[in-house]
Write a protein of this length. Structure first.
Length: 204
């Protein structure tokens, strides 16, 4: 069992369960009322059409360093084992780059070998002033690219008040293709925000 857990800790892949891109557009077509339509009526209809077709503006992420600091953004993350039988405390389970989006979704680019499926997706919710909960699903493969099964990664994290880092706990439940539990891994997750000024040396 210890060997199995250590192997999973090294080869546990995180993959994209599915990526769906949706695009929608609204087109306004003006009707011609004939030569008898007044200029004022046509102008009013034109203004109304422009107003109704105006795109919805996305709300920007909250500024850092305030009570409204947001977890939305780009992060360097690391997952370290703690209190997991068979895996020594301090073992790096995974690391990579995560993006938390303003629409409540999240994506992780894991440092694992691509053959093991190194992209995965999640959804998050703010549960307190600086507290967040993440529910994350992935597809795991072995080093030969053979499907192992789905994994469920859950995080409970707290954002620092300046909005530049977060830390908390995580669990990973790895299942086989029939839904049987293969492994349970728990530990601590930490992250540092990446900004437009971040340099490569800042990542190490």
């Amino acid at each position: 069992m210890n060997t199995t857990l250590k192997t999973l800790a090294v080869t546990l892949g995180m993959a994209v369960l599915g990526t769906v891109f949706a695009f929608s557009a609204n087109a306004q077509c003006g009707s011609m009322d004939g030569p008898n339509a007044s200029a004022a009526v046509l102008q009013q209809r034109s203004l109304q059409a422009r107003s109704e077709s105006r795109p919805v503006e996305l709300q920007p992420a909250a500024k850092h360093g305030s009570d409204d600091a947001s977890i939305v953004g780009f992060w360097r993350v690391k997952f370290v084992s703690k209190d997991t039988p068979g895996i020594p405390d301090g073992t790096v389970i995974d690391a990579g780059f995560a993006q938390w989006h303003s629409d409540g979704t999240e994506i992780l680019n894991s440092s694992r070998p691509p053959a093991t499926s190194n992209f995965c997706l999640g959804v998050w919710e703010k549960i307190g002033q600086f507290s967040y909960k993440l529910n994350h699903f992935a597809l795991s493969s072995d080093l030969n690219g053979n499907m192992v099964g789905p994994a469920n990664i859950r995080e409970d994290v707290i954002l620092d008040q300046r909005g530049n880092s977060y830390a908390g706990t995580f669990t990973i439940e790895q299942f086989d293709l029939s839904g049987n539990t293969l492994a349970h891994i728990a530990g601590q997750v930490t992250a540092t925000r990446i900004t437009v000024d971040t340099k490569v040396e800042d990542l190490f």
